[in-house]
Design a protein around this ligand. Structure first.
Ligand code: COA
Ligand code: MG
Length: 294
């Protein structure tokens, strides 16, 4: 995977219950980079079949522009999982997001269930069980031999399973967030942070989104349209980031710095690894600026 192939804005991923037609219609107009049509936690058991049909119909109908669209399936260990996977495989959606994986075998099972799907269909997985956080490296390794390309932290389920309290400071979860990002990077996966349940308090949301950025997440999963703009703002390279990047790129281009691995930029030690990060930021900013959404 080259750097430019790996770079694509995935700042904001909005969940919505696929059983809610108004939300689906609205999602086609919202500035989220990713739309996740949910069949799982956000849909009541008696609505599962209708939600599956609605999600597949919405994907076939299109209208999502350049947004990536994913459908979150029910687990293969539920009465709906196998049929969800079969329907999603033929829907033409960009990705299927699978819940509650804990072992590499779980990833292999989902991958096998998608055997007949087009090669472009990606497998995304929730990191939301205690088992998954204990096996992050082994789960990440599955990216090399399966469709797996992205993880989404599922902090609500993780809190429930751990019996931990999920507050905006996320103290109990910080070690796991850091390890999940490290495992994702080790295996070339994109990784999105968990949701902030407090959708009426955007100050709380912004603090939590900035924490995710600090930890290295590519973006954040969202539950409400109001969270999209602040999320995109946090996960877009800032003016200061881009000024820094331009300075680093210009400094390494100077004839006197040719062939050097470490130089001084603005009074700070700057290495070729910083040049790589500077280029990534510039490319990301260009993609954000250049991508028409509809
Ligand atoms: N995606 C798209 N549209 C959404 C939306 C979402 N996630 N959440 C709300 N909206 C729409 C509503 O339909 C409403 O549209 P309208 O003005 O045309 O009627 C508008 O945004 C305002 O909604 P609001 O009244 O502020 O929210 P609510 O109280 O109706 O719903 C939630 C609150 C949390 C139930 C709802 O936001 C939701 O279902 N979120 C997603 C939940 C989910 O998918 N969870 C699974 C993953 S954790
Ligand atoms: Mg869940």
């Amino acid at each position: 995977m080259t750097t430019s192939q790996a770079i694509r804005p995935r700042r904001s991923a909005l969940y919505l219950p696929a059983s809610n037609p108004k939300a689906i219609a609205k999602a086609r107009t919202l500035p989220a980079d990713i739309v996740i049509l949910d069949l799982e936690d956000a849909v009541a058991p008696e609505m599962k079949e209708a939600a599956r049909e609605a999600a597949v119909a919405a994907v076939r109908e299109g209208g999502f522009g350049t947004r990536e669209v994913a459908i979150r399936a029910n687990g293969l260990d539920t009465p709906w999982g196998a049929e969800d996977l079969a329907a999603i495989a033929q829907s033409g959606v960009d990705a299927v997001l699978v819940p509650k994986v804990s072992t590499p075998q779980d990833i292999a099972d989902y991958n096998a269930a998608l055997a007949g799907a087009p090669p472009a269909l990606q497998l995304w997985a929730m990191i939301e069980t205690c088992g998954s956080v204990l096996r992050l490296d082994a789960l990440g390794e599955m990216a090399a031999s399966t469709r797996l390309s992205l993880w989404v932290m599922g902090t609500n389920d993780l809190a429930k399973e751990m019996r931990a309290r999920l507050r905006p400071d996320r103290g109990p979860f910080l070690p796991m967030l850091g390890m999940a990002v490290a495992a994702a990077r080790a295996h070339g996966l994109t990784i999105l942070d968990g949701v902030c349940n407090e959708f009426r308090d955007l100050a709380v949301f912004q603090t939590e989104a900035k924490q995710g950025l600090l930890y290295g997440f590519d973006g954040k999963s969202l539950i409400h349209p109001d969270q999209i703009e602040p999320c995109n703002a946090v996960f877009s390279p800032s003016k200061a980031d881009l000024a820094w990047a331009a300075g680093v790129i210009a400094a390494f281009a100077l004839p006197e710095n040719a062939g050097k691995g470490a130089i001084r930029v603005d009074g700070k030690m700057t290495e070729l690894l910083h040049l790589e990060e500077a280029r990534r930021m510039v490319t990301l900013a260009e993609m954000i600026a250049g991508a028409p959404r509809t």
